[in-house]
Design a protein around this ligand. Structure first.
Ligand SMILES: Cc1cc2nc3c(=O)[nH]c(=O)nc-3n(C[C@H](O)[C@H](O)[C@H](O)COP(=O)(O)OP(=O)(O)OC[C@H]3O[C@@H](n4cnc5c(N)ncnc54)[C@H](O)[C@@H]3O)c2cc1C
Length: 436
């Protein structure tokens, strides 16, 4: 029991959502305890150091739009510490770079490819579609037309999501897929576009990597227990059960653990809930952190790579976000792999180095100092056709039992770091409500 005799709130996870929940509860004088299963805070938003190079878990760029979150960040960091950077992202296809987003920048593509894209776009726009798109492939065909779909939208998204866009519902994409207007498409076809489109045209970034964000948040939060996670959750009696035999009673539980894993942890979860959880899908991601002892040859932040002949779908240059991420004279990159199985580095390493030379990112394969394969077990939730029905079973059950499952993997969605900070605020409010 807490000092005021209210059962305390327990938080699982000291990623951005869990720590934001703790921050917002603390601001209201609520009692809480945070359990984090790893020995460090930050979840996916961390920076790994290897031989003097610093690598985030692939690109982690901060976009802020919520006034309260902006004000909080302004309190956490000295003015100007988070630098505002204008995105320099490109698409690499047909052996050349064009601007992102592809659908508004056909200028510079081979004439036949640009023609197919523009013709398909105009055909799609002038056609009367009998019904709304039912999957992401249909969404692409209806909104962008056959050419853009064939040359970028379908292959790129299949490689990013790890499943064919036909398997993905159309609902998820409105926020994240830039939807250029006809004028943008036409201007971009003749090289007239002078502005970056899409939700992420500018981003904020700390000098030594994204880890600075969770580190700054953790300083204001008391009572984070690292390396400690319950082995089971007795939801009927509202208790966390630990492997060492100890228990923690809670009034409300905020969890940011992956939803599927959470349901597995519940003692005797109803069969309907377990069946629904079994339908949730999420893809892992393998990527390579690449260090070079020569500077990067291109002034870009990242490049999208739709063509299947390359083993990766995106390459970014961390040291172009901040030069402090690589030792002087060196550079560091992330290479996000299309294949979800463990890479065989003896075959893949030389191939990636050669492709990076072909893309003009490095001058020679000999510039590579080392490559480290890394895995993100939960990376991309698959918004397939079972997604919404499954969540409709799980969410009310959790709510009825005073469990708030939030965050990118707790809510089982596709969302950003700022969303995580907002989700933490929402989770704190829901948990407080449950205790009333
Ligand atoms: C490849 C990739 C690139 C991304 N790029 C960007 C980007 O550029 N910009 C952006 O804004 N966002 C980006 N994101 C999204 C961003 O990483 C997430 O939105 C955010 O970090 C999610 O925070 P979270 O706290 O919800 O989840 P997590 O970061 O997953 O944190 C959950 C925490 O809970 C802990 N945990 C799990 N189970 C338990 C348990 N049972 N008990 C206790 N602790 C537990 C975990 O160890 C972890 O620390 C990217 C994500 C990925 C995967």
């Amino acid at each position: 029991m807490s000092e005021n005799n209210k059962p305390p709130i327990a938080i699982l996870g000291a990623g951005l959502t869990g720590m934001s929940a703790a921050h917002h509860l603390g601001a209201d004088g609520e009692q809480y305890t945070v359990y984090e299963k790893l020995p460090h805070v930050g979840g996916h938003a961390i920076t790994l150091e290897e031989r003097g190079y610093r690598f985030d878990r692939t690109g982690h760029l901060l976009h802020l739009r919520d006034p309260d979150i902006k004000a909080w960040m302004a309190r956490l960091f000295a003015p100007g510490h988070l630098r505002t950077i204008t995105r320099r992202s490109m698409v690499f296809s047909h052996g050349r770079y064009t601007r992102y987003p592809y659908q508004a920048n056909t200028f510079g593509l081979p004439a036949q490819v640009a023609f197919e894209c523009l013709k398909g776009y105009l055909d799609a726009k002038s056609r009367v579609w009998e019904r709304a798109p039912e999957n992401f492939e249909e969404f692409c065909l209806q909104h962008f037309g056959e050419g853009f779909s064939k040359h970028f939208m379908i292959p790129y998204n299949a490689r990013l999501w790890g499943v064919h866009p036909r398997e993905i519902t159309a609902e998820w994409c409105s926020r994240f897929v830039p939807m250029p207007k006809l004028d943008d498409v036409l201007a971009g076809a003749v090289g007239l576009n002078d502005r970056e489109l899409g939700y992420n045209a500018n981003f904020l970034y700390p000098p030594t990597g994204i880890q600075e964000l969770p580190d700054a948040m953790a300083k204001e939060i008391r009572g984070i227990q690292l390396d400690r996670a319950p082995s089971k959750i007795d939801w009927k009696n509202k208790k966390l059960l630990f492997a060492d035999g100890t228990e923690h009673a809670y009034g409300a539980l905020i969890t940011t653990a992956p939803l599927k894993a959470l349901i597995d942890q519940l003692v005797d979860a109803p069969e309907s809930v377990r069946d629904a959880a079994a339908k949730l899908r999420c893809n892992r991601l393998w990527y390579l952190d690449v260090a070079t002892h020569k500077p990067v040859q291109k002034d870009l932040h990242w490049a999208y790579v739709p063509e299947e002949k390359y083993p990766f779908y995106r390459i970014g240059c961390y040291s172009n976000f901040s030069e402090r991420l690589a030792p002087e004279g060196g550079a560091c990159f992330y290479v996000e792999l299309a294949d979800r199985s463990e890479p065989d580095m003896s075959e893949l390493g030389p191939r990636v180095a050669k492709d990076m030379v072909e893309m003009g990112l490095i001058a020679s394969v000999d510039d590579v100092a080392f490559m480290s394969p890394r895995k993100i077990e939960y990376a991309y939730v698959v918004f397939d056709h079972q997604y919404f029905a499954a969540l409709e079973v799980i969410k009310p059950f959790l709510k009825d039992n005073h469990i708030v499952s939030h965050g990118r993997y707790g809510a089982w969605n596709y969302s950003s770091m700022e969303d995580a900070l907002i989700y933490g605020r929402e989770a704190a409010a829901s948990a407080r409500e449950m205790l009333r």
